[in-house]
Design a binder for this molecule. Structure first.
Ligand SMILES: [Zn+2]
Length: 135
């Protein structure tokens, strides 16, 4: 697998956007600007696209008279993107894990839950039933 570092949001979103659909370079830049809320220049994007192409992760087709290129992921590119998503997924799990509390029943409480004061101590449960059963 190619050694490509996804070390900024432009690269990350470029792969996200290409994983959903093939894109013209121009549309890609416009969508990146919308996602990141700032101006993106061609020089932010094209060197990365050319790295991806050299590693055979993307291909492009020339369409139309104005030589507009449409970029799309190759099967290798799709695999690479999938791995990237699962790596980021793990990072997100690490980031949220300390904030997850567990109910005495063993359920993990990601958000909400049911809070009850028991013997002067605030306890968190996944639901009111667990709170009622807790002694
Ligand atoms: Zn519970």
């Amino acid at each position: 697998m190619a050694e490509i570092k996804i070390n900024n949001m432009v690269k990350f979103y470029t792969l996200c956007l290409l994983s959903t659909d093939s894109k013209h370079g121009y549309d890609l830049i416009k969508e990146l600007e919308k996602k990141l809320g700032r101006k993106i220049s061609a020089s932010n994007v094209y060197p990365f696209l050319s790295t991806l192409r050299k590693n055979k992760l993307i291909k492009f087709d020339k369409v139309g008279k104005r030589d507009k290129k449409t970029y799309h992921l190759t099967p290798d590119g799709k695999n690479f993107t999938k791995q990237m998503f699962s790596k980021f997924g793990d990072l997100i799990n690490i980031a949220i894990e300390p904030r997850i509390t567990a109910c005495p029943c063993g359920c993990k409480i990601y958000s909400g839950g049911y809070t009850k004061k028991i013997k002067g101590k605030i306890m968190k449960f996944c639901c009111s039933h667990c709170a009622k059963e807790y002694k």
